[in-house]
Design a protein around this ligand. Structure first.
Ligand SMILES: [Zn+2]
Length: 102
């Protein structure tokens, strides 16, 4: 179902490109704690946002319970913040490499 799909997405959105380990949250260092490989997002932001929009639409059209709607809202926020954090980290790295960081 819809929520099941969203949940399974949120379970495996980060992955180590070296050993294939999956993460729910990006590791603090940005590297895989197991092998030190790069950890990347496995999903495309646009695709996820579209899916969330569809979920909300269906929720409104079929009048799902407020509990289900809350779950969708929470996942929405969770996913948005994940992409925001990811972007901030990448921008910070660019700053660092261009020498503008203090
Ligand atoms: Zn790894």
């Amino acid at each position: 179902d819809l929520l099941g799909n969203l949940r399974s997405f949120s379970r495996q959105r980060m992955r180590c490109i070296k050993c294939g380990e999956k993460f729910r949250r990006p590791p603090l260092t940005g590297a895989c704690p197991k092998c030190g490989g790069n950890v990347v997002l496995t999903v495309h932001e646009g695709a996820v946002r579209k899916y969330l929009e569809i979920s909300k639409e269906i929720g409104e059209r079929y009048g799902v319970s407020s509990y289900t709607r809350q779950r969708i809202e929470l996942l929405d926020k969770d996913i948005c913040s994940l992409f925001e954090n990811h972007r901030v980290k990448q921008l910070g790295l660019l700053d660092f490499m261009s020498g503008s960081a203090r």
